[in-house]
Ligand binder design. Structure first.
Ligand code: DP6
Length: 326
């Protein structure tokens, strides 16, 4: 895949143990490690074509010219890749996602995972998935996880070289379903990058970060042992901890909408009644409702009667980022 052009696809991911806050903002070295499931079925496809005739990088997202802010973020990412390949050529980048972006569905993760894989291939850099993951992290912290399929852990990384993710278990290890309840498609008011910068302003962040190794360990064991009750307990606590930090940052961030709270309460009730189900919420109002595959239909009936207006997207463990025919 040389000739200066390549395309790649990747999936977003849902964090079970969330990354929130950076130790070093410019490199996106995270304040804490994280664990996620790569979300099969939802896809971002990114193509990159380097061209010596161009005077600047060009970016389209879903067929439209991107905002200047997005273009500059992608361009800065390409600058790093150009520095590795000792090239000065600008690129035409086209990115297409088949799911709502900027509403807590981690579109930057699949965008930067696929961009990194495509751009490195287009620049003829021969890199292994760990290197791709490390480079993707510099573009978006959660993107380092979308390079891998299944269940994935991202490390804090002492330095840039060690800030990457690794697979914990393959997609077929555990038949989990994520029902994504899209009750709002409004772009969020404060993006994650700004949110990460505010995290340290919460007096709860240091405690959350210090407790992360315990939660990572519980989550890792729950995944490896396919223990849903243990997973539910740590996933909900971790989500609540991140939102507690958000709510107590200055200025405070409140991503929850009334439906978010309604769903979180209902999901806990359903679990008390015997369903294997739990919630997690990223930097947006939409609830991810996790359950065992064999109970997915029971869970969706509950969701449909509780929030009949919401769009429900079904996902489960997906594969890694991969090159496709340009
Ligand atoms: C709440 O990776 O979107 O989804 O590095 O600025 O692109 P940037 O932030 P991003 O942050 C993800 C935040 C989160 C939790 C998570 O996915 O771990």
């Amino acid at each position: 895949m040389t000739n200066g052009a390549a395309a790649a696809v990747s999936h977003p991911n849902i964090a079970f143990i969330k990354y929130w806050g950076n130790r070093q903002d410019d490199l996106r070295l995270p304040a804490n490690g994280s664990i996620s499931m790569t979300l099969g079925g939802l896809l971002t496809r990114t193509s990159v074509r380097f061209d010596s005739q161009l005077e600047a990088d060009q970016l389209t997202v879903n067929g439209q010219p991107a905002s200047e802010e997005a273009r500059l973020r992608v361009s800065a990412h390409l600058d790093y890749i150009r520095s590795l390949s000792r090239s000065a050529e600008y690129a035409v980048v086209e990115s297409q996602s088949d799911f709502p972006s900027a509403a807590g569905l981690a579109s930057s993760a699949s965008a930067f995972a696929s961009l990194t894989l495509a751009a490195c291939a287009a620049a003829s850099l021969e890199l292994d998935p760990r290197d791709i993951s490390r480079i993707a992290r510099r573009g978006s912290g959660s993107a380092c996880r979308s390079v891998f399929g299944g269940f994935v852990e991202a490390y804090t990384g002492e330095t840039d070289l060690y800030g990457y993710a690794q697979q914990l278990a393959a997609p077929d290890h555990w038949d989990l379903v994520d029902w994504i309840v899209v009750s709002s498609q409004e772009p969020k008011q404060v993006g994650s990058s700004e949110g990460h910068r505010l995290a340290a302003a919460s007096p709860l962040q240091a405690t959350r970060v210090a407790d992360t190794p315990r939660r990572l360990n519980l989550c890792r064991q729950a995944i490896l042992g396919r223990d849903f009750a243990a997973l539910a307990s740590v996933v909900e606590q971790d989500s609540n901890l991140m939102h507690a930090v958000m709510l107590t940052s200055q200025p405070a961030l409140m991503y929850w909408q009334p439906e978010t709270v309604q769903l979180m309460q209902a999901i806990r009730r359903w679990r008390e009644q015997g369903l294997s189900v739990c919630y997690t919420v990223d930097a947006g109002p939409n609830v991810h409702c996790l359950c065992r595959g064999e109970q997915a239909e029971q869970v969706v009936h509950q969701l449909e009667s509780l929030v009949p207006e919401a769009r429900l997207i079904r996902s489960g463990p997906g594969g890694p980022a991969r090159l496709v025919t340009a």
